[in-house]
Design a protein around this ligand. Sequence first.
Ligand code: NAD
Ligand code: WQD
Length: 344
Amino acid sequence: MKGRILVTGGAGYIGSHTAVELQNAGYEVIILDNLSNSNAEVIDGIERITGIRPAFVKMDLQDKEALRQLFEDYPGIKGVINFAASKAVGESVKKPLLYYRNNLVTILNLLDLMPDYGVEALVFSSSCTVYGQPDILPVTEEAPIKPALSPYGNTKQICEEIITDTIHAGAPFKSILLRYFNPVGAHPSAEIGELPLGVPQNLLPYVTQTAMGIREKLSVFGDDYDTPDGSCIRDYIHVVDLAKAHVKAVDRMLNGESADAVEIFNLGTGKGVSVLELIKTFEESTGVKLNYEIVGRREGDITKVWADPEKANKVLGWTATETLADTLTSAWKWQQHLREKGIM
Ligand code: NAD
Ligand code: WQD
């Protein structure tokens, strides 16, 4: 084994896919999750894919003594990947204190205890949302951070600053901040995927639920933007590609390859895709006609954003490889799996 990695929020969408890739790379995975936005069956799914059942500790990362007990129970954790957070932008506007408490107390507990247990590396789940609407596209890591458009986005900016200040004050570990663009899709096995609770806020789960007949039709939030077809443009990245980047980040820090104590990488394909292009590609790749209607803009949406992934490609040694068609097909296969299992 290459060492023990703690994956907080590891029963969640991106965390579960990352657990699979960490195991594939030879790491021992310990999952911490309070199942506030996931369920324990995900652990079974990981085991079905890799044949290795990760250790799973059901706990709230806001509970510092529970975290201390986990580090005592699992000595020798070399790295932590912190996915545990609340992530619904709209909900954060309605419940800011829930978001500030959950997303900040969790990281503070980790930063406090990691030095006591010899943890060498922290990967933090950040977001391209820190850039707001970039002035220049594609967006690089040097692009200015813009005032957050939501309490959720603000928690990501604040967490990045807390981690950076803590390490610059002499904390004995390194960190890599990964700024994700739009993670989508599911593991090709369809054993794990995105399981949004309630009405999906994000585009692709709404698309696949509409295609399955769970939703009557997809509302396209505006076609009057300053883009070629009028709909918003995003950089949709396959969640498995994204997961593999986390393994690269852990390897880099544990192998002593970090150029700085804190490094930042944009994780995207480098290709911008509009909502209408995504719909068209979904229909072509799955053969399923999608019922959709153009409606008014959604408040808070930015017009267009996509990554310049050159730094991740050249420095991290990682490149997104999945095509949009394969990515969308994986999401549809996962939705079909949920129907076959009677889950949705
Ligand atoms: P998710 O909700 O599927 O996973 C988060 C997991 O953390 C869930 O399993 C939840 O139960 C757990 N969790 C939340 N609070 C916790 C706590 N206090 N203690 C223990 N467990 C807790 O979300 P995701 O899409 O996998 O996102 C993972 C991370 O990536 C989040 O930090 C999110 O902000 C970030 N991110 C996500 C996206 C995206 O579009 N999905 C984009 C950029 C960044
Ligand atoms: C994508 C595009 C919508 C739903 C959000 C968060 C970001 C990150 C990723 C956590 C937009 C359009 C959507 C629908 C639509 N999450 N859309 N109809 O808004 O780019 O990013 O998720 O970190 O922080 O902001 O993703 O999937 O919600 O929307 O037309 O029913 O699809 O307007 O242009 P977004 P999204």
